[in-house]
Design a protein around this ligand. Structure first.
Ligand SMILES: [Zn+2]
Length: 257
């Protein structure tokens, strides 16, 4: 884990500084600097899933020269069916990182996702805004509860997991290892949660899109459902193929398959 390297580096630096600056007025300043570096790097590593600081996530595709569409935070009774309609019309498959507590309220949407050949994945049960502070036991229960909800509705136990807000810590490492799950990040964040209109969202995606990208979108947003046909159209024009995530990364999405 990269964090262990940082701990080693900071302790060594603090020890050496203590020797070198022992009799000077600068010692506290140097130690404060090392402490700030530690806090800064740890915070950055927690928040940036792509740097694989705590958890080793898959953040982009392998050999297949295509992109994969992934949708978080659903299912949503209004937007998810519209997204599924667009995918069906275009004969495309996507991956849905569902929130367990929403899934149990809309089992018919989960069944439709699976029936139409898309992949279901785990995005935690609660999606609690403080989930990054959960104890190992509480985190395990939350992620497992989402798996159980998905299994009860669809008969499949997901292997792919995406940490809420893309924030990770050492407790995720333990829990994902215990549950034999694979963390999935992204290489292109569409920023659809912040986009004000279709044009902004399309621009954000097509200006950065490249083969092997795992694109992060949200299926609970009306704007995303409205814009998806244009996003797909632009990919076609750019000659970029859209493939299912399991094919892009070469991994099985469910247990016992
Ligand atoms: Zn989320």
């Amino acid at each position: 884990m990269k964090h262990n390297l940082l701990i080693f580096f900071c302790i060594t630096a603090a020890a050496l500084s203590s020797i070198i600056f022992w009799e000077t007025d600068y010692l506290w300043l140097v130690l404060a600097g090392i402490a700030l570096l530690f806090i800064g790097v740890t915070a950055y590593g927690s928040a940036q899933i792509q740097v694989n600081y705590f958890v080793k996530s898959i953040n982009k595709g392998g050999r297949v020269k295509a992109i994969a569409l992934t949708f978080d935070d659903g299912p949503d009774p209004d937007s998810t069916p519209r997204i599924l309609d667009t995918l069906l019309e275009n004969d495309l498959k996507a991956t849905f990182f569902v929130i367990g507590k929403k899934a149990v309220n809309h089992p018919e949407l989960l069944r439709r996702i699976v029936d139409e050949g898309h992949t279901i994945a785990n995005h935690s049960y609660s999606h609690h805004y403080l989930i990054a502070l959960f104890s190992t036991q509480k985190l395990r229960t939350d992620i497992q509860r989402c798996n159980e909800a998905i299994r009860d509705i669809t008969g499949r136990v997901p292997v792919f997991f995406r940490p809420p807000f893309g924030v990770t810590n050492p407790r995720y490492v333990t829990v994902l290892k215990d549950l034999q799950m694979q963390s999935i990040g992204w290489s292109l964040r569409s920023m659809d949660t912040r986009a004000k209109n279709k044009y902004q969202l399309i621009q954000k995606i097509i200006s950065k899109l490249k083969p092997k990208d795992i694109v992060l979108l949200h299926d609970h947003l009306s704007l995303t459902a409205d814009t998806l046909p244009d996003i797909i159209g632009h990919c076609r024009q750019m000659g970029i193929k859209i493939e299912p995530l399991p094919r892009l990364i070469g991994k099985e999405p469910y247990e016992n398959h």
